[in-house]
Design a protein around this ligand. Structure first.
Ligand code: DGY
Length: 322
């Protein structure tokens, strides 16, 4: 069999690029900017494996160009940028990279919770802007995280890891809402209590953290009506996907103090961050840092490599999603 041709849509950590180059005929997008539809179509026509990531949109219309591609080795766990149903129809295998980014992403969720509760972004802006005039008993007063209630929407790997860190690290009470109830073992490990009603979770949590998949099914799950159900003292945390929240409704809710604050790592139309957030002090805005540690990014690349190796050896890839 000739050496498979592999296309990486972005630069990957050097050691992973090197590892793949020793095994395949690899082309890397040296520009390291998201390829447009034309570039993606050309890649799907010319390579056996295309390895996209969250920045690359692969709707059915683009995927149909795939006369040569056999496998999409996605660099990341979320696949809502890929039309997975179209891949199934077209016989294109899709794999992702679960597990290896769980802790890194859960760390960001916990960090956003702390930053939003303790007004850390606002405080840092004061220091950098030379506007801090010293300690005072009544300024920049936030809220304790310790002992408060954290409500998780979605309770997969990252939701569970966030729960575990919050419960054991900060003694938080954990509620979760998800399609299926977790096993008693998982509930014991995470301190999680199943909450069948999403409204009840929203009404009783001090922090609501999103850990469900993106895509059409969960688009604007948190809309104006649901934000209105949250406590006025509560903060919303999103490390999942931007489209899960109606951003215009969230900006309104933050401006009118319907909720106290938010911590966001993801946005519906990245890298565009809605203008309405930029002037608000009570929202922490991060640039999609969830998996951004070196060990995690290397592990993600090696997980793609493992999936490709199994695929090209005629075996079932470990992380097949389509
Ligand atoms: C993922 O893996 O889906 C992340 O959002 C990319 O870091």
């Amino acid at each position: 069999m000739p050496t498979p041709k592999v296309f990486l849509t972005r630069r990957w950590p050097t050691e992973v690029e090197h590892y793949l180059s020793q095994r395949y005929d690899v082309t890397v997008n040296e520009h390291d900017t998201p390829p447009d539809a034309q570039v993606l179509k050309a890649a799907l026509r010319s390579y056996d494996a295309v390895c996209p990531t969250v920045t690359d949109k692969l709707p059915a219309e683009v995927l149909q160009a795939g006369t040569r591609v056999k496998v999409l080795g996605n660099y990341g766990v979320g696949v809502s940028h890929i039309d997975v149903q179209a891949c199934k129809r077209l016989g294109i295998v899709v794999t992702n990279t679960p597990d290896v980014l769980t802790d890194a992403t859960a760390e960001i969720a916990v960090m956003l919770m702390l930053m939003a509760a303790r007004r850390a972004g606002e405080g840092e802006r004061q220091v950098r802007g030379n506007q801090w005039d010293g300690w005072a008993p009544t300024r920049l007063i936030g809220a304790n995280v310790t002992g408060r209630t954290l409500g998780l929407i979605g309770f997969g790997r990252i939701g569970q890891a966030t729960a575990q860190k919050a419960h054991h690290g900060f003694g938080m009470r954990i509620l979760y809402h998800s399609r299926n109830r977790a096993t008693p073992e998982v509930e014991a490990l995470t301190g999680g209590t199943y909450c069948q009603s999403l409204d009840e979770l929203l009404e009783t949590s001090d922090f609501v953290s999103l850990h469900c998949p993106g895509g059409a099914a969960n688009r604007h799950l948190l809309d104006a009506k649901r934000l209105d159900r949250m406590k006025r003292s509560a903060c919303l945390i999103n490390t999942a996907r931007g489209e899960v929240v109606d951003e215009a409704a969230l900006a309104e809710a933050l401006r009118n103090r319907v909720i106290a604050g938010a911590g966001l790592d993801v946005y519906e139309h990245e890298p565009r961050v809605p203008e309405a957030f930029l002037g608000l002090e009570n929202v922490v805005l991060l640039p999609h840092l969830g998996s951004a540690t070196l060990e995690t990014r290397v592990a993600m690349g090696m997980r793609v490599a493992e999936n490709l190796e199994r695929f090209f050896a005629g075996l079932e890839p470990r992380d097949r999603v389509a």
